[in-house]
Design a protein around this ligand. Structure first.
Ligand code: OAD
Length: 230
């Protein structure tokens, strides 16, 4: 039986691809008000602004490429069962080759109806225009999980963490719940690696900290796994 690796990733894994993180200096939340562009209240107050914000993110994504961290995570599939649980709305894990990616916070390249988030459709990199309708006649909105909304894939993600043999946490400040609580579903005693150039929120589990950027951190971790598991 192949060992199972679960990767919990955040904005930092895509930073070296040119995508801004949220809470670093010059991160998105320094330049935008979270409530305006990432909450369900914001949508009802000013949907045009929100649509523009995600159109901009989608345009930016089209010109970004997966980096070596995404690629090494994908390569691990040769030796392990790998499930990527990401808070990212970009598609760089998939483009890097990962075949099983759970997007906790939604996906930039999809849109859905504002009525109960039904009628999810692939839109690729095209803009959404305010007023466009989904198949059920509701207003078309970005397929993003905003603050104040539920996280439908949480239980699925938790079930994977519960059956992991190795957990890798990469590029997330662990500020946002419920995603940040997922690591506590990990079975007792499994190795938990944390890759981040900065100190992450206190983690009440024993972890192996690799204080590097994502690409270098994944290179080091790959070398380590090869000595342990080959
Ligand atoms: P944050 O911006 O909160 O955290 C990014 C983390 O990545 C920090 O710990 C940085 O130190 C680290 N980092 C920066 N550069 C890195 C690099 N090159 N390699 C590795 N790590 C690096 O982003 P998230 O934790 O992903 O949700 O944020 C979680 C959620 O907050 C997002 O999904 C988004 C946001 O609000 C929604 O909008 C719903």
């Amino acid at each position: 039986m192949m060992k199972k690796i679960v990767v919990l990733s955040g904005a930092g894994v895509s930073a070296e691809s040119g995508i801004s993180t949220f809470r670093d200096s010059n991160g998105l939340w320094e330049n935008y008000n979270v409530e305006d562009v990432a909450s369900i209240d914001g949508w009802y107050r000013n949907p045009e602004l929100m649509i523009k914000f995600y159109n901009d993110r989608r345009r930016e994504l089209e010109h970004c490429q997966p980096n070596d961290a995404h690629k090494i995570i994908a390569e691990l599939e040769r030796q392990y069962e790998v499930v990527v649980v990401t808070q990212n709305v970009d598609n760089l894990h998939e483009r890097g080759g990962s075949s099983h990616v759970i997007h906790l916070h939604g996906e930039l390249t999809k849109a859905c109806s504002e009525r109960g988030k039904r009628c999810v459709e692939d839109i690729g990199y095209r803009d959404i225009k305010y007023g466009e309708k989904a198949a059920d006649g509701g207003i078309l909105r970005p397929f993003i999980v905003w603050f104040g909304e539920s996280v439908p894939l949480l239980e699925d993600a938790a079930a994977h963490v519960q059956t992991a043999d190795i957990l890798i946490i990469i590029g997330t400040s662990l500020n946002v719940y419920p995603a940040a609580g997922l690591l506590y579903y990990a079975p007792t005693g499994i190795p938990i690696y944390v890759i981040d150039p900065k100190e992450v929120q206190p983690i009440r589990r024993e972890v192996i900290f690799i204080k590097e950027k994502a690409t270098e951190g994944m290179r080091q971790l790959r070398a380590k796994l090869m000595t342990v598991d080959s």
